[in-house]
Design a protein around this ligand. Structure first.
Ligand SMILES: [Fe+2]
Ligand SMILES: [Fe+2]
Length: 483
């Protein structure tokens, strides 16, 4: 029973919203108090040096799939970060867990208050973290088109922070306001006050990293949002459902970005008559990134993202599922009883130093299952990249690293596994590290290519131009006004 009601949003409000903010003075006041701190954070930690430039951005002004956004040139600090929820589904019931079939909650159930707050805080913390990680990239953008996409992703991550802060402030009183404040205090990579999750404290040093990050790490975001969209706490479900609409663009930026890098490399190899993808020096001399190095970048970003799914067997994840707070990917399409008391799920584990799959209680294995769903989802793009490489006649295939490779969290953190899935001893692993992931020299080489290209319609030599413009704009469109 879904309804598609056109929700009117007043774009001129300080905080555009479809949650009737003006009728809740206390909430409006709390958000208005948070706003200046947010703007300070943005100016401090948002894209460095670009706050006074006009950028062609999409702003969400509604939640109707047919017309939810407007495009316009705007300075980023003036962006309208709004609060938007997907329409309420009348009669919705809790889809899973022990409360399955009961009406969804409109208020926070007292017994799940701290668990729910924690879920929202962890999700919320990732949003500003990625903006912080990407703040230097504007200085080396390969084109105005790419720069605009970076900033679009950044402002939308900012809006996602607003979405989570709205839930905290509206439903969690003083604690929520305190958490909202701390969202602006933690900093990616900071020793004293780091962001909560590891991958969000890594650097995004170059544009290939940015594309890999938006493809692989934003996809973790998608999986988490999909699971939260199932929540029995309806405001969380509606908030995350709308966030997913924006998230799709982030993954497009990643997938098309990596593909354009691959295509440029293959084109350059063909033009120079190089067919061996491992002829690295000759390929690098062409000013493009060789495919084996791209594979190493992929290994790094995908494995770091695997850690975001947490321990394979997790009592916290089990509790959140049982409570009806966080479901599974595509919960409603799964054909089981959605309570899982008698179900098992095969979980890869380490037994006597070897990788074996063992059936485990399906509730305990919720994280493991979400990770597997993530890997399947992520492999789709890798397949499309390989098609693009094959089409250009180069004999090379990108591969997803084994899920036990380079793990810091969970079952596999104590053993050494190659990207191919072979268990090796620590010395072998260390000795081969530079074959698995980018070496210092690889990073220096990539960094050397990161020269800004700000001419309208021009692209840096290591990346191909996009097939179409944003919002069907022509090739020489001024996505960012430099003057
Ligand atoms: Fe996000
Ligand atoms: Fe995102």
């Amino acid at each position: 029973m879904s309804e598609s009601v056109r929700v009117e949003v007043n774009y001129d409000d300080l905080i555009p919203n479809n949650v009737n903010l003006s009728s809740d003075r206390r909430l409006l006041k709390a958000l208005e108090e948070w706003h200046p701190g947010y703007i300070d954070w943005w100016k401090d930690m948002g894209p460095e040096g670009w706050n006074d430039k006009e950028v062609y951005l999409r702003t969400a002004v509604g939640v109707d799939p047919k017309g939810w956004a407007v495009f316009d040139h705007v300075k980023m600090p003036d962006y309208r970060w709004g609060v938007l929820l997907a329409p309420k589904v009348e009669g919705r019931t809790i889809p899973f867990g022990k409360h399955k079939g009961e009406p969804v909650w409109e208020e926070v159930p007292a017994e799940y208050r701290s668990m729910l707050r924690r879920l929202i805080v962890i999700q919320g913390d990732t949003e500003p973290a990625s903006v912080e990680q990407q703040r230097h990239l504007g200085a080396t953008a390969p084109s105005l088109y790419d720069m605009r996409n970076l900033f679009q992703v950044n402002v939308e991550e900012g809006r996602h922070l607003w979405a989570m802060v709205y839930l905290l402030v509206k439903y969690f009183g003083k604690d929520g306001r305190e958490e909202a404040k701390m969202m602006l205090e933690r900093r990616s990579g900071n020793d004293d006050k780091p962001r909560i999750l590891g991958a969000f404290n890594e650097e995004t040093p170059d544009w290939l990293s940015f594309f890999m990050f938006t493809y692989f790490t934003d996809r973790d975001g998608k999986m988490q949002l999909e699971s939260l969209a199932q929540s029995g706490f309806d405001p969380l479900s509606r908030t995350t459902r709308f966030m997913l609409t924006e998230e799709a663009h982030h993954m497009f930026v990643g997938e098309s970005g990596v593909q354009r890098v691959l295509e440029r490399t293959c084109d350059a190899m063909n033009e120079a008559g190089i067919s061996d993808p491992y002829d690295i020096e000759a390929i690098r001399a062409l000013g493009v990134i060789d495919l084996p190095t791209i594979q190493k970048k992929l290994n790094f970003h995908m494995s770091v993202t695997h850690d975001l799914f947490g321990a394979e067997l997790s009592t916290n994840a089990a509790a959140a599922f049982e409570a009806g707070l966080k479901g599974r990917f595509k919960e409603e399409k799964l054909e089981d009883d959605h309570q899982l008391y008698n179900e098992t799920y095969p979980v890869m584990q380490v037994v006597d130093g070897q990788l074996v799959e063992k059936d485990e209680n399906a509730i305990a294995a919720i994280n493991s299952r979400l990770l597997d769903d993530y890997i399947t989802d992520a492999k789709g793009g890798i397949k499309r990249w390989n098609k693009a490489i094959a089409k250009l006649g180069i004999d090379f295939e990108l591969k997803a690293p084994h899920k036990a490779f380079n793990r810091k969290i969970g079952q596999f953190s104590d053993i050494n596994v190659t990207p191919e899935g072979e268990v090796v001893d620590a010395d072998t692993f260390t000795a081969n590290l530079e074959n698995y992931m980018p070496s210092e020299a690889d990073l220096v080489f990539i960094n050397g290519l990161m020269k800004p290209c700000y001419e309208r319609g021009q692209y840096a030599g290591w990346i191909k131009e996009p097939k179409v413009g944003i919002n069907s704009q022509p090739g020489d469109f001024e996505y960012v006004r430099l003057a």
